[in-house]
Write a protein that binds this ligand. Structure first.
Ligand code: ATP
Length: 791
């Protein structure tokens, strides 16, 4: 953390960032259209990054209306103006729909107001309508200025001085209806709200044997409905992009009664608010309820979620996404030239990218056109690969084909959980079991990890056995840290006894080590020469071969939530610094990303060595901070970041050095990070990655079938991971090179590039290759983009 020194005073801009100097520039930031959780994090990042690079940043209150009205609607933002807003839903600068901005007169007035403040850089956070408006404004800008000069509203010099307007958009919308980004700001939080309601409803519905019809938002986009259906294992889902086939009324009722016959006590039907049939006629939740009551006589209730979905605190993902996008937006504005087209900053895989705004808006409108013209297949395709993938998996997992329609493979595939529990493991097992059964395999569950494997704790597991597993935390199969090395003989014996043809391992670093041991033992034990694949599941996110692992998003949300509460606990007690220890072993992912999401002042991690000078500099930073209106500090410390600078040590050091200025409290979060119900992301990630793993197993089994030889080559024993935009299977043996075995982390970790971002937003000077993307990318065919959602 050598670069963690307080921000340089005005005028002494660090040399390495000179090309990004915002000195003399003014940036206006506004939120427009419907609000979404995470907009505040985006505003905060724009303000802080703008001030950091030496620009002036102005809030434009009430969207375009404030721009048209001017006056007190345009106010310079200070560093402190955006403190304590990360955790707040909605937008503190207000959002509105503005008729006047649709007219040239309105835009003329808006231009006059911007010129008055010298604002020639605009950062718009909103949906496609808002971004379209911004682009029109940008194109007209020079003409508007000429007209204003002609009317005597501005000087001729002003026309030259402010000759062009730079525009950058960020998509804030809970609907995730914008082409070009994997996730819009607010979508993940909306999914959190929906899942909270569904989880609550499931408990009451279980008690009474009820059918629930749940209507979720999304206007003409079915993303929220589809992903919620996937995350809760809904019986049926209605989407605008993929209307049900004719005769759906009958099919749905058959499906519901079949599920009841399988002793399923509740049915969940999810309806997107814009759901339609193949004739473009709306399908309302009431209509569905009436149908179920009439045809089946089931006790059926309708719940329309409404604005609950827009409310509440933003999820960790939305805070991080919005912070990244906000910083990227400022960089894009600083790098823009008169020739640069307006762009949107968005997310592709785990990378920030800049895309041409006009093309993205066009593609977004094309989806609607396709639906209007009843070209539903096109609509699904245009929504993107991830949407299509979600839909296919939903269909596979929700509907069990009759046994006589499944071609038996005569293969047995076993599933095992290894290591510490991680939220989402059960969703992964459910998905594997169902996909495996649909592929004709006999599915076997191994209980209690490798220990149970050696002891023969193996049982066949069926379609209904895994019903309702998506929302359950921990590991229902049972999981242990024990490695297979000392039981190889016994495990080989069990494989033979149960005729296991392939193995799916769901777990963390122990699972990875276990897979390596099994790989190495294949020469000695022929039984081990079967396809084996591991999907990463650990809160620590430290498995080589994957950028993400199941469970870490849930843990991150727990950390973020707890930090919010802890910060709030000091609202009446001024001048307090909290030191919070997170899990992760040597991997600093949780501390770093938790720090970013919770707005920490520092996050100590093993990967970035620090010394007493850094600690001293942080104390000075906090001392300075106590002189401002923000008299609160938050410092995260990864549990193994340093052998000697322990949490107690840091607490004592801060307490001593901060005497008279601030006092300290420490919290060790511990196992609460491993528990809890899985987040929507972990449910879906677990579901999709595991389905992908089973698909691989089926292919490998077919490949080797009848060849009479065992699967000895390394590509039969793989880790399945996500890397940038791609899903990749890597032979476990190849990953050895990439692993720091002593510290149980991958040698390269993508998230380290976000370290400077947290420091900048906490007012530290940091050397920052700020931009993930650094340049405008052409809009990609949605079919070629988007991981991890696109598994
Ligand atoms: P949401 O996804 O929440 O609906 P949105 O940005 O699409 O967000 P809109 O109501 O379409 O919401 O647009 C918000 C505001 O942006 C409008 O009230 C208007 O001021 C401005 N705007 C939208 N479209 C245009 C346009 N074609 N020309 C000028 N201004 C526009």
């Amino acid at each position: 953390m050598a670069s963690s020194v307080p921000l340089t005073p005005k005028g002494s801009f660090p040399r390495y960032l000179e090309h990004l100097s915002g000195s003399g520039k003014a940036i206006g930031v506004l939120t427009s259209g419907g609000d979404a959780q995470g907009m505040n994090a985006a505003v905060r990042a724009v303000v802080r990054m703008g001030i950091y690079v030496g620009a002036k940043v102005y809030f434009i209150y009430e969207g375009y209306q404030g721009m048209v009205d001017g006056g007190s609607n345009i106010v310079e933002a200070k560093w402190e103006s955006v403190s304590s807003i990360l955790q707040v839903g909605g937008t503190i600068i207000g959002s509105a729909r503005c008729k006047a901005f649709h007219t040239r007169e309105g835009r003329l007035q808006a231009a006059a107001n911007l010129v008055q403040w010298g604002i020639t850089n605009l950062c718009v956070i909103g949906g496609d309508g808002s971004l379209t408006g911004a682009n029109i404004f940008r194109k007209e800008w020079s003409e508007l200025l000429v007209e204003l000069a002609k009317n005597g509203k501005i000087s001729e010099e002003a026309v030259t001085k402010y000759s062009y307007l730079n525009v950058v958009g960020m998509v804030g919308s809970i609907d995730n209806d914008f082409c070009g980004t994997d996730m819009t700001i607010g979508t993940d939080s909306a999914l959190h709200r929906i899942m909270e309601v569904i989880d609550a409803i499931m408990t009451t519905a279980q008690s009474h044997q009820r059918t629930f019809v749940l209507e979720v938002m999304g206007r003409h986009c079915g993303y929220l409905a589809l992903v919620s259906a996937l995350a809760c294992g809904a019986d049926w889902v209605f989407l605008p992009e993929s209307p049900p086939e004719e005769g759906w009324e009958e099919n749905m009722c058959v499906k519901l009664s079949e599920n009841r016959a399988r002793k399923k006590r509740l049915n969940i039907i999810i309806v997107a608010e814009g759901a339609i049939d193949t004739q473009n006629q709306p399908i309302s939740s009431q209509k569905i309820k009436d149908l179920v009551v009439k045809q089946l006589g089931f006790d059926t209730r309708v719940t329309i979620l409404g604005h609950v979905q827009r409310g509440g605190t933003p999820s960790a993902f939305d805070r991080i996404l919005a912070s990244r996008m906000g910083v990227e937006a400022v960089v894009a504005l600083l790098e823009a030239t008169p020739e640069t087209p307006a762009c949107v900053v968005s997310l592709s895989g785990n990378q920030a990218v800049r895309l041409p705004l006009v093309e993205c808006v066009q593609m977004t409108q094309d989806v609607q056109k396709a639906m209007d013209e009843r070209r539903f297949k096109d609509a699904v395709r245009l929504r993107g690969r991830s949407f299509e993938g979600n839909l296919n998996i939903y269909k596979r997992l929700a509907i069990k084909l009759p046994d006589d329609q499944i071609t038996k493979s005569n293969c047995s595939v076993a599933v095992i959980n290894v290591g510490a529990p991680a939220a989402g493991m059960n969703a992964a097992v459910r998905s594997a079991v169902r996909v495996g059964i649909a592929d004709g395999h006999k599915m076997l569950a191994i209980y209690d990890g490798f220990d149970g494997f050696a002891k023969g704790q193996i049982k066949e597991i069926g379609w209904s056995d895994v019903g309702g597993w998506t929302g359950q935390g921990g590991s229902i199969l049972g999981t242990k840290r024990v490695l297979p090395g000392k039981f190889l003989e016994e495990i080989a014996e069990q494989i033979r006894a149960h005729s296991i043809n392939a193995l799916l391992i769901i777990g963390g670093f122990e699972a990875y080590l276990g897979l390596l041991e099994l790989s190495a033992a294949r020469e000695k034990y022929e039984e081990l020469c079967i396809p084996m694949v591991m999907v990463p599941a650990t809160v620590s996110n430290n498995v080589p071969g994957s950028d993400f692992s199941i469970g870490s998003d849930t843990a991150l949300n727990t950390i973020t939530d707890t930090c919010d509460r802890i910060k709030q606990s000091a609202s009446g007690t001024k001048r307090r610094v909290f030191i919070i220890e997170t899990m992760g072993g040597y991997c600093g992912y949780l501390a770093n990303m938790g720090g970013l999401a919770a707005g920490a002042d520092a996050a100590y991690i093993f990967e970035e060595p620090f010394d007493i000078r850094d600690l001293q500099s942080n104390v000075e930073h906090l001392t300075e901070k106590m002189k401002t209106s923000i008299q609160r500090g938050l410092v995260l410390r990864n549990e193994s970041c340093s052998e000697n600078y322990t949490t107690d040590f840091i607490y004592q050091l801060y307490s001593e050095e901060g005497k008279g200025v601030f006092d300290c409290r420490k919290n060790v979060l511990g196992h609460m990070q491993q528990g809890g119900v899985p987040s929507p992301f972990d449910r879906n990630f677990g579901t999709k990655i595991s389905a992908r793993a089973m698909q691989w197993i089926t292919t490998k089994l077919k490949e080797s079938y009848g060849k009479g030889k065992k699967c000895v080559s390394d590509d039969y024993i793989c880790v399945l991971g996500i890397s940038k935009r791609n899903v990749i299977f890597q032979p476990v043996a190849d990953l050895k090179e990439e692993t720091d075995f002593e510290h149980r982390i991958p040698k390269e970790q993508w998230w380290l590039k976000l370290r400077p971002l947290m420091k900048i937003l906490a007012k530290y000077k940091a050397s920052f290759d700020v931009s993930d993307s650094g340049q405008l990318e052409p809009v990609q065919d949605q079919n070629t983009q988007g991981e991890p959602a696109a598994i």
